[in-house]
Design a protein around this ligand. Structure first.
Ligand code: HEM
Ligand code: HEM
Length: 197
C-alpha cells in the first residue's frame, strides 16, 4: 500500500539529522588488542614485586600484543593503519594549539595528538618488555641502571596513561561522543560537516 503523506504536516527531518548513522571505525583486532593491553598492563603493574612469574608473563604478553599491532598498523583496516593517524610534529602541535583555542576538528580515527600518544604508549610497553627481559640475561642481571630504567619507564607510563585518559575524555566532551564506547563497539557517528574521515 502506498504511504500517505498529509500535506498539513511538516516534512520529517532528514534521517541523518535525527539519528546520525554510525560508521565502523575500530575493527575487532584493534578492540581486542586495546582491552587486552589494558588488562596486561595493569596486571603487570600490580604484580611487580609481588608475583615475579606472573609479572614477566603478562609483561611479555603485552609486548607481544604491541608487535602484533605493529604488523596490523601496516596490513590492517583503514583506521588501524599508521598511515591514517601518524602525523609529523608540526601537525601534532598545530592540532594541540587548535584544542587550546577550542577549534579542533573531529577525526573519525585517531586525531594527530591521539596518534602521537598511541606511539608513545606502544613504545613504552615495548621498552618495558626489553628492559624487563634484559634483567633475566647474564649480561644485565643485577645491573642497576637496567632495573632503574625499567621502573622509570613504568612510572612514565602512568603519566602517559593519565594523559591518554584526559585526551579521550576531552575529545568525548568536545565532540559529544563516547570514545570509550566506540573502542568497545567499534562504531562512531558518521562524519558530518568539517569532520575528518
Ligand atoms: C581504562 C583505561 C583506558 C581507557 C578507558 C582507554 C580508552 C581508549 C580509547 C577510547 C581509545 C581510542 C581513542 C580514539 O578514539 O582516538 C584508546 C586507544 C588506545 N589506547 Fe587506551 N584506554 C585505556 C588504557 C590504556 C592503556 C593502559 C594503554 C597502554 C598500556 C592504552 C593504549 C592505547 C593504545 C595503544 C590505543 C590505540 C589503539 C589502536 O589504534 O590500536 N590505553 N584508548
Ligand atoms: C607492561 C609491562 C610491564 C610493566 C607495567 C612493568 C612494571 C614494573 C614495575 C612497576 C616494577 C617495579 C619497579 C621498582 O620497584 O622500581 C617492575 C619490576 C620488575 N619487572 Fe617489570 N614491568 C613490565 C614488564 C616486565 C617484563 C616483560 C619483565 C621481564 C620478563 C619484567 C621484569 C621485571 C623485574 C625482574 C623487575 C624487578 C626489578 C627490581 O626491582 O629489581 N617486567 N616492573
Amino acid at each position: 500500500m502506498p504511504k500517505l503523506v498529509r500535506a498539513d504536516l511538516p516534512l520529517p527531518a532528514a534521517p541523518d539529522a535525527r539519528s546520525p548513522k554510525l560508521t565502523r571505525v575500530w575493527d575487532p583486532l584493534v578492540r581486542l588488542f586495546h582491552w587486552s593491553l589494558v588488562a596486561g598492563f595493569f596486571t603487570a603493574w600490580f604484580s611487580a614485586n609481588e608475583a615475579e612469574d606472573l609479572h614477566a608473563w603478562v609483561g611479555y604478553a603485552a609486548s607481544g600484543l604491541i608487535l602484533l599491532r605493529l604488523i596490523w598498523g601496516f596490513a590492517g583496516t583503514r583506521y588501524a593503519r599508521f598511515s591514517s593517524f601518524v602525523r609529523g610534529p608540526r601537525t601534532v602541535m598545530g592540532y594541540v594549539r587548535s584544542i587550546l583555542t577550542g577549534q579542533e576538528a573531529r577525526y573519525i580515527g585517531h586525531n594527530p595528538a591521539g596518534g602521537a600518544m598511541v606511539l608513545a604508549l606502544m613504545s613504552g610497553v615495548l621498552g618495558l618488555g626489553v628492559t624487563g627481559w634484559m634483567q633475566y640475561t647474564d649480561t644485565f642481571y643485577g645491573v642497576d641502571w637496567v632495573s632503574s630504567l625499567h621502573g622509570l619507564i613504568a612510572d612514565a607510563m602512568i603519566l602517559l596513561i593519565l594523559g591518554h585518559l584526559g585526551g579521550v575524555a576531552l575529545a568525548s566532551v568536545r565532540h559529544r561522543e563516547n570514545l570509550v564506547r566506540a573502542m568497545i563497539t567499534g562504531r562512531k557517528r558518521a562524519p558530518q560537516g568539517h569532520d575528518i574521515a
